[in-house]
Design a binder for this molecule. Structure first.
Ligand SMILES: NC(=O)c1ccc[n+]([C@@H]2O[C@H](COP(=O)([O-])OP(=O)(O)OC[C@H]3O[C@@H](n4cnc5c(N)ncnc54)[C@H](O)[C@@H]3O)[C@@H](O)[C@H]2O)c1
Length: 357
């Protein structure tokens, strides 16, 4: 009997539903070709649902989502709703309550012409960022005092725990070993100014002793952004904190061609995990059929890789890479001259051709 995976799908807001639709077409096609099944359950949470019902993400639905093998998310966020309300109530809820402590971001350039950096080739831009995903300023320990007055005080705590730091660093060392590329792990922090990050320095050192085959490098976040532009080939596997990872991975997305291709996994190894494009809901493009769905297609590839369907995952990646190299998909923004659906059609066509070889 063929294997069946239960996938919870949250298309979300803005361009989310459009790009997820294409991701699901690709999932269905590759599943049929590789002989497994994907049973999807679509959840309506996001701005429209909130405006209609005042519900953000009810516990009953959350418990139901927990019974799936993986989650595919489009994007959350809408200008009609208070900033952060849905992002926190849906994305952060999933990350924290499912303890998805690894945010995994492959940074791979598929075709030289997509890179804004002069003279950099696909060989130069091929690294992976492991961003801690449950702590730092994002833990939500914040407050306002004398709000709205000239004496206002606003605080938000940056928190790091030994457990949280160690588990993500250990994951990154294991990943550097598995990738086997440069066998190098770079710690990115700001321990010279944010002294609490001394915890990262010490943990990296201690855990690193258990991985004598992995070279240890270090860069402060300010220098890391500079290296990312000047010498991206310097990176192999990178581990960093939540906030620095958030920023560094958007910069990294640009050197791989743009937000239209960048995907991520929110992972608790061995447990239910979530996959998504890193872009947001891009409200200005919502409903216009111009958003590029490739980041979601690549999120589907990451999800299948995580579920153990490595051949299916590689097939999707090969199809996307081929379309970009041949310039049949000439760019990754809304200016490609192709529709969201048209790009989905091209990926399906490329998957067919691969199957026929
Ligand atoms: N994980 C998430 O769901 C997530 C992530 C980031 C932002 N957000 C939310 O999304 C909303 C909009 O945020 P933003 O404007 O800062 O970021 P965004 O990623 O939505 O858009 C930034 C710009 O990138 C371009 N872009 C993004 N995705 C694209 C695609 N697939 N195809 C073509 N062009 C694309 C567009 O020019 C867009 O205006 C906010 O509410 C924000 O909170 C959600």
């Amino acid at each position: 009997m063929s294997k069946e995976y239960a996938i919870a799908v949250i298309p979300g807001d803005g361009i989310g539903p459009e790009v997820v639709r294409q991701g699901l077409r690709v999932l269905e096609r590759v599943a049929a070709a590789e002989g497994f099944a994907a049973r999807t359950t679509v959840y309506p949470f996001g701005a429209d649902h909130f405006l209609k019902t005042r519900e953000i993400f009810p516990d009953k639905a959350f418990d139901e989502v927990k019974g799936h093998d993986a989650i595919l998310l489009g994007a959350i966020g809408d200008p009609r709703i208070e900033i952060g309300l849905l992002e926190f109530g849906i994305i952060a809820k999933l990350r924290f309550e499912l303890d998805l402590y690894v945010n995994l971001r492959p940074v791979r350039l598929y075709a030289e012409h997509l890179c804004p950096l002069k003279g950099k080739t696909p060989e130069d831009v091929d690294f992976i960022v492991v961003r801690e995903n449950t702590e730092d300023a994002y833990a939500g320990m914040r407050g306002f005092f004398k709000k709205g007055t000239p004496d206002e005080v606003a605080t938000q705590e940056i928190i790091f725990t030994r457990k949280g730091t160690e588990r993500v660093i250990r994951y990154a060392f294991d990943l550097a070993r598995r990738r086997g590329r440069g066998k190098k792990l770079t710690l990115v922090d700001k321990a010279n100014a944010v002294r609490a990050m001394d915890l990262w320095t010490r943990t990296f050192e201690e855990v690193g002793r258990e991985y004598p085959d992995i070279a240890r490098e270090h860069a402060y976040i300010d220098a890391a952004t500079m290296w990312c532009v000047k010498n991206p080939e310097w990176f192999d596997t990178v581990v960093t904190s939540n906030m620095f990872g958030d920023i560094l991975t958007d910069l990294a997305a640009m050197i791989q061609g743009g937000l239209g291709i960048a995907a991520s996994g929110n992972i608790h190894p061995g447990r239910l995990s979530l996959f998504e494009p890193i872009h947001g809901s891009a409200p200005k493009y919502a409903g216009k059929n111009v958003a590029n769905p490739l980041a979601t297609v690549m999120a589907v590839s990451m999800m299948l890789d995580y579920l153990g369907e490595t051949r299916a995952a590689a097939r999707i990646e090969d199809a996307v890479a081929g379309l970009l190299r041949s310039k049949r998909i000439p760019s990754l923004g809304s200016d490609s001259g192709l529709t969201t659906e048209g790009i989905g059609d091209l990926v399906l066509e490329a998957l067919e051709q691969k199957a026929a070889v």
